[in-house]
Design a protein around this ligand. Structure first.
Ligand code: ACO
Length: 429
């Protein structure tokens, strides 16, 4: 296969290098394009544009493959824990027993949040969306931990990562408790990452929380499945904001804001709202499918479609299994589950969805799993954010360590008015 492509512009031929990734993906390296030809490329939404080379996550959207550091997500969901997967993503290798132990001690040591941060929470109006709170609280961590380690201070950088990974859980649970007007529950040293979070969310002096290992396991898998997804919108935001060499907290805060959108991490909440609406209107998905197909209607089937996957999102299959398992274990019916299954069945047979390669994505069954665990609806995107944090950190670290790091500064094709003169107020018509 050729390692260059030819571009002919105005009769002149330019050689464009082709670079190949380890899984055989090929890309035109256009980094010299403007300097050599005076042209730029136009690719709204970046569907054809790679902005970095990365060794963290591999996806094949046509085959439905997702691997973190080479390991299939299916294997991680079956055998790993979220804590171990976070270590893998950030450090590149699975930890030894000793490394994992050290990592756990660190997560435990940094799980408390400065008491002064409570004042921030308490000043938010009741009903504030917890995703907005989380984004600003993560940014505020910079004020409480002002010393940002330099790139050579590896130990200090690892402490900053652990601080974020651990405190995000505490902050998320605090936002929930304070929104209820209830007493905050502190993290416990004797609980695992996931169990600790559930305990902080649901323990109460009047109703002690009984930890159910099956729910802990479901949460583990939920977070593993969300841990990274290469250059998605929020990760691109983390990299882009980080490219200005702002501190890690501000970069992650930007990622949380991007993730909040209903087309991205807000979709798990939007799916449940859609399923609930179908249920409230009698349970027939047909009118919703018809709306999703109608070009005049902006409505989309939530939890369907993906920029990269043109087949089943591999995470959706695992999530569906977790969903069935959890509901069976709890011996609970969720009236939204049969509606989701019916909707999926009808959509997958419909020529519009087939022709557009629209399949369920990770969010389709995620909401039902979260409901079973007891997570309130507006906390759904927050759950996604906690899960995605290891990926954001790994991606931020990779770009910070890249010797070719450049500030992100896309170009544009200007389509506005040509030069004209300022008109004084009294002369304006
Ligand atoms: N329902 C109906 N039609 C859809 C849907 C959908 N969910 N998704 C895409 N389409 C259609 C579009 O109308 C468009 O049709 P057209 O070509 O006939 O005009 C075509 O499919 C392509 O759509 P785009 O918006 O160009 O696809 P893109 O790759 O940019 O969007 C996205 C991907 C945003 C995920 C989209 O599929 C969507 O909005 N899905 C619903 C929201 C959702 O579930 N988001 C979660 C994504 S996964 C995640 O972030 C974890």
């Amino acid at each position: 296969m050729s390692d260059t492509a030819q571009l002919i512009v105005d009769g002149k031929t330019y050689e464009i290098p082709i670079i190949t990734g380890t899984e055989g993906e090929r890309a035109l390296d256009i980094s010299r394009l403007r300097a050599d030809t005076g042209l730029i490329t136009l690719d709204p939404g970046c569907g054809n544009t790679g902005t970095c080379q990365s060794s963290i996550t591999f996806m094949d959207g046509e085959k439905g493959i997702l691997r973190y550091r080479g390991i299939p997500v299916e294997q991680l969901a079956e055998h790993s824990t979220f804590r171990e997967t976070a270590y893998l993503l950030i450090n590149g290798e699975l930890p030894t027993q000793e490394e994992l132990q050290r990592f756990s001690v660190r997560l435990n040591d940094h799980s408390l949040v400065h008491e002064d941060m409570r004042a921030f929470f308490e000043s938010y109006p009741r009903g504030t969306h917890p995703m907005g709170m989380l984004s600003s609280m993560i940014n505020a961590l910079r004020a409480f931990y002002p010393r940002i380690p330099t790139r050579s201070e590896e130990e200090e950088i690892n402490i900053t990562f652990a601080r974020l990974l651990s405190k995000v859980r505490t902050l998320a649970a605090m936002s929930y408790k304070i929104s209820l007007g209830h007493k905050v529950v502190y993290p416990r040293y004797d609980l695992s990452y996931c169990a600790n979070f559930l305990n902080m969310m649901f323990d109460s002096p009047v109703r002690p929380y009984r930890i159910d290992e099956d729910l802990v396991e479901a949460l583990n898998v939920f977070w593993i499945l969300h841990a990274d997804h290469e250059q998605n919108c929020s990760t691109a935001a983390v990299r882009s904001v980080g490219s200005a060499r702002v501190n890690l907290y501000a970069s992650i805060s930007a990622g949380i804001s991007a993730l909040w959108g209903p087309l991205h991490g807000g979709a798990n909440q939007a799916v449940i709202e859609m399923l609930q609406e179908i249920y409230d209107r009698g349970g027939d998905p047909a009118p919703f499918i018809a709306r999703a197909k109608d070009k005049e209607d902006p409505f989309r089937l939530m939890g369907f479609g993906h920029r990269v996957y043109k087949t089943f999102d591999p995470r959706a299959r695992i999530m569906e299994k977790v969903c069935n398992r959890v509901l069976k274990k709890l011996n609970r019916q969720d009236p939204l589950l049969p509606i989701a299954k019916r909707l999926e069945e009808v959509a997958l047979k419909d020529s519009y969805f087939i022709d557009h390669n629209l399949y369920p994505n990770v969010d389709f069954y995620a909401g039902i799993v979260l409901r079973a665990i007891g997570i309130p609806l507006d906390m759904f995107p927050v759950m996604f954010a906690i899960g995605r944090l290891p990926g954001w950190i790994a991606q931020w670290k990779e770009s910070a360590d890249d010797p070719k790091w450049k500030i992100h500064r896309p170009r544009q094709i200007y389509t506005g008015l040509l030069k004209r003169d300022y008109v004084p107020m009294e002369e304006r018509g």
